[in-house]
Design a protein around this ligand. Sequence first.
Ligand SMILES: Nc1nc2c(c(=O)[nH]1)N[C@H]1C(S)=C(S)[C@@H](COP(=O)(O)O)O[C@H]1N2
Ligand SMILES: [Mo]
Length: 445
Amino acid sequence: MQQDHSDKPKRVGIHALYEKDPVRADRLLWGRTTAETSRRGFLKKSVLAAMGAALGAPMVFGRHFPAGMIPAGLAQTDVPFQIPGKHPGLVVLNDRPVNAETPPHLLDDRLTPNDMFFVRNNGLPPRESTIDVSTWKLTIEGESVRQSISFTIDELKQRFTAHTYQLTLECGGNGRSEFNPPAKGNQWSTGAVGCAEWTGVRLKDVLNEAGIKPDAVYVGYYGRDTHISGDANKVVISRGVPLAKAMEDETLIAWAMNGKDLPYYNGYPLRLVVGGWPASCSGKWLSKLVVRNKVHDGPKMTGQSYRIPCKPVPPGTKVPDDEMCIIESMPVKSLITYPKTGASLKLAQALPIRGHAWAGDRRVEKMEYSIDFGQTWRTCQLEPPANRLAWQHFSATIRFPQTGYYEVWARATDDNGSAQPMVLPGWNPRGYLNNACHRIAIKVV
Ligand SMILES: Nc1nc2c(c(=O)[nH]1)N[C@H]1C(S)=C(S)[C@@H](COP(=O)(O)O)O[C@H]1N2
Ligand SMILES: [Mo]
């Protein structure tokens, strides 16, 4: 892999705090617990002190600083943090673990380029010096496999047919930042999504080679990233999918993205790609698959992770674990990737817009836009997907009736008749599945 990546990236501002005390840094940035915020909305002294330390000077009027706001001095560090091998335009949410999203205008390509594809790490990727492609092993085991076997990447390439598909990956928490009451976790806006062309072997071919027992119901993954705590025995994340999803043609064990090696941060040298489902199902730095006779119970598969209330709840509800259900197919959604929000044009000009739409396991059937805040909708041109589970491209040409401020809203409808909501969809404790319409601002002068 031709990448200049030092194991220890430079940290600044909030990043320094992350290094010292990630839990506290997360609390500072992503919402504090009620215990830390007084009833009147002021921050506790200890939190203020930590903020002062991170800012390099005490906050003189700190007690008036609104809870929930990020100090400008933290948000705008003088040296922007950049992820090695990634485009400088990505928005880095934090660097330990690394999480970065792609602004809508950088998702304008039909396929998301490798350096623009979002990064969502739950732990620390294996050190590059420990990754040897020639000896990297993938092991298949678990109580419902007939015979445990291992393959090197070369063996996978020799023993099985390679397939290439365009597959959309979207983090289950994409759009989380808009939920209220806020949900803890990465405050993704719209950019934890991308669609690339992945090459690898079918998971089903590999599973069939190992042999699946009749009682198999689930396939889980393990990767070689390490826990943020430094505890070598702690698994970062180990999720999975039901056997039927695992056995789909498009579910890949991939080594290439857009015809090149996987980027280091996207799972180099081997990952699962399970299109249309929460991207957390697509295990990176893949080293082991387990065929299970029950729903896989690895870290982040149980409890509240990647689950929503089985029945809708009022905002702010605490939902017991046994009333939380695993997220499967992602909902219908779309993104306007051109123009960039805030663009202005002359009244005589027509405005071309374009973007992508996707709908989990389903196909997008209709794409519309509105320039009058959802009063009326007009149809966009919509292309068929390159293959199942690939995002679809849309475009339209808009004429505005007079000068002024407009918003262009985009709304996709899937082949089941489900459309994107104009307002936030069902609140859920962890802030998943926000598929509200994307909006951009346009000034006509
Ligand atoms: N081994 C491993 N696999 C992982 C993760 C991780 O932290 N470790 N994160 C998951 C989550 S939550 C998401 S959204 C996707 C992100 O994939 P990307 O970073 O390539 O965009 O990877 C998934 N696979
Ligand atoms: Mo995710």
